[in-house]
Design a binder for this molecule. Structure first.
Ligand code: SF4
Length: 525
């Protein structure tokens, strides 16, 4: 048997490192040293229930494991093969025969593509990645495909950018490939900054090699020999695992010169971001990598023409890259068979707010919000009523109960006034005030506006002042008109996406919950 223990940020903060140490000691003390492997993995998804452990061969999923539980796990389960039922993760698994993990309530409706190795392999060991088919896609690409074939595969797969905007990845690569230049660059946006979002962090912590492999594939497809990963310095576990992964990939000849004896050279460097939200915007990110203050620049020229150091550049986010090696190995039709007509594949969401199973989930596109909240998420605590869910963080909007059954994909979310965003999904119940929610996100954008252009720098402040007036009961009805007017002004006149999308939380709460704004005003009178 062997034991997997989550070493992602969530479980690390709830004590998984101590659990691993104690487990190793106890295994030794009870004389089992040789037979049991203890593997530290990435995130399993159920972050609120950490530390989490899976014991094989049974696949028993133990949650909230404490140091005091370890002697019993070793003596009962590892020595005698008797599952410790009280530690199984939910009521259904405690009473039934042990369910395979993918049949339990949390996992049943999920489909793990981007997260396929998270919680499965030791992310600090390249051989475990290779053992699950890692670097096979790079081998196929470098030995069997021309760059244009790789781009065609991505176009056929229908993969769209998972960072938020949903631009077709193959098309982005094609634009960069079509530009002749001696030097081009491949960048990875790991500057995840939405409040409550931790999708990219979990992929980097749980499966860093998948990003390196996909970036090398991108380099081959567009003709670039250098990659950069721009990752938040606040993600120390992700940074450490990326450093280890880059070192191992170089050692195994999977980064560097003449990879797979194909004549193709590609290497990757890390750049640490200091935590400015605007540096997730592509041109600001590139300006920051260049060593300057991270401020957006006007587009056009687009990065595919003049990006990093004025050279053709592609930038994709972590989750987008995490899909690519499997698309190469399993084929574009396999990927396109999942999801909806215009949104293929799966999407990872960080599920938070008023929800029982806070954590990381990956669902096929087209899953409804109801399935996510009621089934995967285990419902709302205290049997409260669902009111709305915010997707897309400070750039997104809310989905009210009337759209609970809309299949989630890029286009449907836009049509109902929200957006996919990078994957933050915050659930609100009947007790939440929607004006407060809008104010919360606007406070965030006021703090994070870089100040380069006036509509955003001044406009977000004026909007926040009006929202504060409303929540203090000092506003009049005309203030709502002013607020709306400012929203449209920001949307059409801001330089970058931060300002252009900052009004979305206000606009969508005004659209669906205008009566709550009015109630604040009327109450005061
Ligand atoms: Fe900076 Fe905001 Fe203008 Fe973007 S929209 S450039 S964040 S001030």
């Amino acid at each position: 048997s062997h034991v997997l223990v989550c070493g992602g940020t969530g479980c690390t903060s709830s004590g998984s490192r101590r659990i691993i140490e104690k487990l190793k000691k106890e295994i030794k003390a009870q004389g089992l040293k040789e037979e049991v492997g203890v593997v530290q993995t990435g995130c399993f998804g159920l972050c609120a229930l950490g530390p989490i452990m899976i014991v094989y061969p049974e696949g028993s999923f133990y949650s909230m494991v404490q140091e005091d539980d370890i002697p019993e796990i070793v003596s009962e389960h590892l020595l005698k093969g008797r599952v410790v039922k009280r530690l199984l993760y939910d009521e259904t698994t405690k009473t039934e025969d042990i369910l395979p993990l993918n049949e339990t309530t949390f996992y049943k409706k999920q489909k793990r593509v981007a997260l396929r190795n998270c919680g499965v392999i030791n992310p600090e060991n390249i051989e475990e990645y290779i053992g699950t088919g890692g670097y096979e896609a790079l081998g196929i690409v470098l030995t069997e495909k021309k760059p244009e074939d790789v781009i065609q595969i991505l176009l056929d797969s229908g993969l769209r950018g998972r960072g938020g905007a949903g631009f077709p990845t193959g098309l982005k690569w094609k634009f960069a490939a079509d530009n002749d230049a001696e030097q081009k660059y491949v960048c990875c946006n790991a500057d995840e900054g939405d409040p409550g979002a931790f999708m990219d962090r979990s992929v980097l912590e749980g499966d860093p090699h998948v990003v390196l492999e996909a970036m090398a594939i991108a380099g081959y497809a567009i003709g670039a020999s250098q990659g950069y990963i721009y990752v938040r310095a606040e993600y120390p576990i992700a940074v450490k695992r990326l450093e280890i992964a880059i070192g191992q990939a170089r050692e195994y000849g999977l980064l560097g010169k003449d990879i797979f004896s194909s004549g193709f050279d590609f290497d990757i460097q890390l750049r640490l971001g200091a935590g400015a939200f605007v540096c997730g915007e592509e041109t600001a990110l590139m300006t920051s990598i260049e060593g300057n203050r991270g401020e957006p620049r006007p587009r056009p020229p687009f990065p595919a023409v003049k990006g990093l150091f004025q050279r053709p550049t592609i930038l994709n986010n972590v989750e987008t890259y995490a899909n690519i090696p499997q698309i190469i190995v399993k084929g574009p039709q396999w990927f396109a068979s999942m999801g909806t007509e215009k949104s293929k594949g799966t999407k990872v969401f960080a599920l938070g707010g008023k929800i029982n199973n806070t954590g990381l989930v990956e669902i096929p596109m087209g899953t409804t919000l109801r399935e996510i909240v009621e089934e995967i998420g285990g419902g709302i605590p205290g049997d409260k009523k669902f009111k709305a869910a915010q997707t897309g963080g400070p750039s997104g909007g809310c989905i009210p109960a009337e759209h609970f059954d809309v299949p989630i994909d890029y286009d449907n979310l836009l049509a109902i006034g929200s957006m996919m965003g990078s994957g933050g999904l915050i659930v609100m119940d009947e007790d939440n005030c929607m004006v407060d929610i809008a104010k919360f996100f606007l406070e965030f954008t006021v703090d994070e506006s870089c100040g380069k252009c006036t509509p955003c720098r001044v406009g977000t402040r004026r909007m926040l002042e009006i929202l504060e007036k409303i929540t203090k009961g000092q506003a009049v009805l005309e203030d709502l008109d002013k607020l709306e007017e400012l929203c449209y002004h920001l949307k059409s006149n801001s330089l970058c996406a931060l300002g252009q999308t900052a009004p979305n939380p206000v606009l969508s709460t005004l659209r669906y919950f205008r009566e709550e704004y009015v109630a604040h005003i009327v109450d005061k009178r």
